[in-house]
Design a protein around this ligand. Structure first.
Ligand code: ADP
Ligand code: ADP
Ligand code: ZN
Length: 220
């Protein structure tokens, strides 16, 4: 099963992708995480994208398509993949379709997570993550059970993203509506779109996503 989580920044894609990966054995493919890893490793790509990401603009299709192809093949899981933050343009969506087709694979569903804009800004400006395992937390809605200690791995160092400030976030939202929202119509027309309400408890949202997934069926 290959699924896309589609939604604006802060919709909860990363949080839900981790849950889906755990529950269904899917590989979690986040282009945002890949690009941040390139920056941390100081690669040429990392240097090239630093300012673009800090501003909240999109990096070029070429870069993210290359990253996603590499990681898709490296992480290949029989169960499939959950795409988080990719595709973000119509060009990327076409490239993903071709990549899957070349491998005799296909997309099973696109889950659109709907959250209103003011809630998105509150989510993103309160976000922090575990520096060791990447678990996602929030200052108010999802604190670690023991203050200062990651629930998942016991790590004690946490990080905030450079682009999780209100100014960059407003620009990311604009970019989302301009470049990414057209994918909603694109996947609707392909019969793959399932829209769910992304507001509510994390577990409630996870249950809505699970209910929207296609039932397991034999593949040709
Ligand atoms: P995205 O990957 O779509 O940008 P994240 O999964 O990183 O979103 O979530 C953004 C922020 O909102 C994080 O701080 C996360 O802990 C928090 N969050 C995620 N889901 C919910 C939810 N259902 N209710 C409240 N806060 C949430
Ligand atoms: P969010 O949690 O806001 O959805 P991500 O971690 O997915 O953010 O992405 C952070 C930044 O990385 C984006 O603002 C953009 O600059 C870049 N980026 C991530 N994925 C893509 C993509 N598929 N295409 C272009 N740029 C991307
Ligand atoms: Zn951790």
């Amino acid at each position: 099963m290959n699924i896309i989580l589609l939604g604006p920044p802060g919709a909860g894609k990363g949080t839900q992708a981790r849950i889906l990966a755990d529950r269904f054995g899917l590989v979690h493919l986040s282009t945002g995480d890949m690009l941040r890893a390139s920056q941390a490793a100081g690669t040429a790509v990392g240097l090239e994208v630093r300012d673009i990401m800090a501003r909240g603009d999109l990096v070029t299709d070429d870069i993210v398509i290359r990253l996603i192809e590499e990681e898709f093949d490296k992480g290949a899981s029989i169960a499939g993949a959950v795409f988080d933050g990719f595709p973000r343009t119509l060009g990327q969506a076409d490239a993903l379709g071709m990549m899957l087709e070349r491998r005799g694979d296909r997309l099973d569903a696109v889950i659109e997570m709907r959250v209103d804009d003011e809630a998105l800004i509150a989510r993103v400006t309160g976000r922090f993550t575990c520096a060791s395992c990447g678990e996602v937390y929030h200052e108010r809605t999802r604190r670690p059970k023991v203050d200062g200690v990651c629930d998942k791995c016991g790590g004690t160092r946490f990080v905030r993203r450079d682009d999780d400030n209100e100014r960059a976030m407003r620009h990311r939202l604009y970019t989302y509506y301009r470049d990414t929202a057209p994918l909603i119509g694109y996947y609707y027309a392909k019969g793959l779109l399932r829209s769910i309400d992304g507001l509510g408890e994390i577990e409630e949202v996870a249950a809505r996503i699970a209910a929207a997934l296609p039932k397991a069926e034999a593949r040709p």
